[in-house]
Design a protein around this ligand. Structure first.
Ligand code: FES
Ligand code: FE
Length: 439
């Protein structure tokens, strides 16, 4: 059944005007906005659920959420992947309480309904009673989401009218390949999933990764000096850097920083990237091979982000207007030497984990960006999102909407414009295509 579409909010133009490059803090605090986001963004968009390497064998599963809907991502016997709602269709009890594992099926604790790994209802405690009531087992399975994957990354959506995943990601896959396809062995997640919470709105975190390198040289400078032995690379002095966006997804990157010591810090990684660079160039071409290890970050709309240089991958799971649960993993090339993988894991822990120095810097800023908006006056204060207006490059072969310079808010504007467009649309068909029409 289709998810009911509630009418759009009346003051969206007042609180988000990206042609003017301004918005209001209300978008980070309001519970009515949050309810609309769950319906029109999280129940509608393709959301990242797992890396295929987390569930290699039939019966392997991980638990995650699509917005606040709890789901299980399960490898099937035929090696396909299903995403099933983790809620029993009898009274709604959770059918799996573990975060990951291998199971022959899932049995509900309440009245004993038992489901196969494919979500089909196989049997019930006191099954005779059901037979007497003309019960149709085949109509009572765990609800399935649409599933598709891109080079190891598995996405799901409950929206029947959503475009295909390929159309949803569009030309941004060309950039995703820098991390996902620079080696023939592909990628894998190593270590477990780290879960932590922040009292901030999910958008401020996702926006930070869509294109806010501006904060890094200021927010993270002391941590970089203390932990990595030098300041964060001064992006304004780099000869060549870009922001690129498409339908709310955004990537910012510089080039020619392979093995940037101040950013990566770990010599084994630098060495690996230098040695690997020619091989990466064979697969990706010179341009993208020189993006490896550079100061860059990426958000796939709405809440899936990663830092290619640091190899951390994260999902900003919404848990109310002013709370997120952050799921973090470390992604590496499957064929990289064990020593390099371990350096990447430790590097990510040192910088972008709940105990990492950069994560703490960011978390505090995001929490206050959110909390100040609880004030009735502050909530409507104009927030400036105007950096880099008119910086769009028209004479480039690069895919997507390309902007000059990383110190730019072009990606943030495109991100919030997509957010607004989705909140205004009642169906996918009503979501406008603004590529090339913003900035
Ligand atoms: Fe699951 Fe009743 S709620 S069997
Ligand atoms: Fe940061």
């Amino acid at each position: 059944k289709a998810i009911e579409s509630t009418p759009p909010l009346a003051d969206l133009d007042r609180i988000c005007d990206m042609q003017e490059g301004r918005m209001a803090g209300k978008i980070f605090w309001d519970s009515e906005i949050y309810e609309q986001e769950l319906e029109k963004i999280f129940a509608r968009c393709w959301l990242f659920v797992a890396h295929e390497s987390q569930i290699p064998e039939p019966g392997d599963y991980v638990a995650t959420t699509l917005g606040e809907d709890e789901v299980l991502v399960v490898r099937q016997k035929d090696r396909s992947i299903k995403v099933l709602i983790n809620a029993c269709p009898h009274r709604g009890n959770k059918v799996c309480f573990a975060e990951a594992g291998n199971a022959r099926g899932f049995i509900c604790n309440y009245h004993g309904w038992a489901f196969g790994p494919d979500g089909a209802l196989r049997g019930m405690h006191e099954s005779g009673v059901y037979e007497q009531s003309g019960f149709d087992k085949s109509r009572q399975g765990l609800r399935e989401a649409r599933v598709d994957s891109y080079k190891g990354l598995v996405f799901a959506t409950f929206a029947a009218d959503a475009p295909s995943l390929a159309d949803y990601l569009g030309p941004m896959t060309w950039y995703l390949d820098v991390i996902l396809d620079n080696d023939e062995g592909g990628t894998e997640f190593i270590g477990g999933c780290i879960r932590s919470t922040y009292e901030c709105n999910w958008k401020i975190a996702a926006e930070n990764f869509v294109g806010d390198i501006l904060h890094a040289g200021w927010t993270h400078d002391s941590a970089a000096q203390a932990m990595l032995g030098g300041s964060v690379t001064k992006v304004s002095e780099l000869p060549e850097s870009y922001q690129v966006n498409w339908n709310g997804h955004g990537y910012e990157f510089a080039r020619d920083l392979v093995g940037n010591a101040a950013v990566l810090g770990e010599s084994a990684i630098n060495k690996y990237l230098h040695l690997h660079s020619p091989k990466a160039a064979e697969r990706l071409g010179e341009f993208r091979a020189r993006m490896l290890g550079a100061v860059s970050s990426f958000t796939v709309f709405p809440n899936f982000s990663f830092l290619p240089g640091q190899n951390t991958v994260r999902v900003w799971q919404p848990r109310g207007p002013n709370k997120i649960e952050l799921y973090t993993w470390v992604i590496v090339n499957r064929n990289a030497p064990a020593e390099v993988k371990e350096k990447w894991r430790r590097g990510a822990m040192m910088t972008f984990s709940p105990t990492g120095v950069f994560e703490m810097d960011d978390g505090e800023n995001w929490e206050y960006c959110t909390k100040t908006s609880r004030g009735k006056v502050t909530r409507y204060q104009d927030l400036y999102v105007g950096l880099g207006m008119n910086s769009r490059l028209s004479d480039t072969e690069l895919p997507g909407n390309v902007f000059r310079g990383q110190l730019n808010e072009a990606n943030a504007r495109a991100y919030y414009q997509r957010w607004k467009d989705l909140l205004q649309a009642r169906t996918w068909a009503e979501v406008p295509d603004r590529n090339g029409k913003l900035d």
